[in-house]
Design a protein around this ligand. Sequence first.
Ligand code: ADP
Ligand code: GLC
Length: 486
Amino acid sequence: MPLKVLFVSSEVFPLIKTGGLADVSGSLPTALQGLGVDIRILMPGYSPVLNQLKDLQPIASVHHLPHIGHAELLLGTIQDTQVKVIVIKAVSLYERDGGPYSDAHGHEWQDNPIRFGVLSKVASILASDHSPIADWQPDIVHCNDWQTGLTPAYMRLTEHSKAKSIISLHNMAFQGCYPPRWVTTLGLPSTGFSIEGFEYHGQVSFLKAGIFYADAISTVSPRYAKEIQTTAFGFGLEGLLTKRGDEIKGILNGIETDEWNPETDPALVENYSSAEIAGKAQVKKALQAKLGLHIDANAPLLGVVSRLTHQKGLDMLLPHLQKLIDSGCQFALLGGGDSDLEDSFQKLAAHNPGRISVTIGYNEPLSHQIMAGCDMFIMPSRFEPCGLNQLYGLAYGTPPIVNATGGLADSVIDSNAAHIKNKTANGFVMVEASADGLIACIWRALEMFQHDQKTWRQIQKNGMAQDLSWGKSAQEYLVMYQNLSQ
Ligand code: ADP
Ligand code: GLC
């Protein structure tokens, strides 16, 4: 009998996406399905999800939910991957204009504890003896991030589920902490509101609940698994994480190689490969034209696609960006987030027409074009659980320039003399996480790009030759599932 896994997530590409969690929730289940796992995703029924799923049909009603009482469950399929998705249809919670976590102005939805409490509760009910879906009961419930964190608590405390739970930690910075009145509203037993439970500094913490009650814990890179056990990266939960330290498995994310492949990517004017890389120059030219940059094959083009938040460290680029432009570089940024950062980059763009392009917003095709058309990709994150953009950069022959943290440290190998010699070099790693550390690293990359094309090509080739697919990592999740279900 194949293992049955319920994969619970608040965002899944291509249905809805705000960041890397969606990429992983789209591609990891596909890879696991390929390994013979009988997997179903459970997610909220946001309008774009209802609109995109194929063959969507009602399969059950679920009762005893916090606040809303009951909801309908629908089953559909993701067109390209044939992965099955169970959707919670609850109009009042999920069908509204705006994003999955906040409204169109970026204000968090006030009822997020209910919206994700319901998601967690439904997952726990589906893993219990009284599940309304009698013919498909999961052996494993795989939770992701705080939005699903109450699932292991409900499974243990209220549904007494026999299934095992895993929580994957994609980002400790987001924890879902809410005032204590939510204990009752969410139907949680008050006994759990303690240090040995889901209480965190007088609040209900969704993420702590997940970490405390889950049968197994994973993070999205080996380095991050260690980092989160320290004060600098644990965001207050390092004590609890250290207690479970030996159990925390770090598994590096893979990428969806059908979606992110320069040989087939439909967003590019020309496709290219490591062996025939000439097309990359055409993509650069088209990108320069599209973004209003001077068309200049020789100007080094530096790219960024990112949420603009403290985590991503792009403020470290600001003090030196003008110097880079004055030295002949161009810069293309796509992203959005903190208004201070947006404003600072936009001001620089206004002062440097034809040399700096800043696009504020979310744009999937443009993210592919920047990844392919730029010469190097900048990602100086202060912390980065895994990071997917540096992996996309490797696949697209756009060497990443990164800070030495989390998944960046686990995937980018600095182009120092030893790594160039043994052909493992694939990017550039900052020695120091500061503005000066970043600019020093960029100058080093530029020096090579402009004066040693042969080595540059080798670095591109090394990255493009890597197996960045889910193959090995999906296998590691499978082993986790098998160990748990024994
Ligand atoms: P995080 O999830 O922390 O934001 P990741 O590197 O894991 O970081 O994943 C970010 C994902 O979101 C990537 O697929 C990236 O291409 C995408 N992305 C980020 N910002 C934008 C944007 N403004 N437009 C399009 N895609 C974006
Ligand atoms: C989070 C992290 C990012 C990771 C992604 C998917 O958003 O910030 O580093 O790649 O989750 O796991």
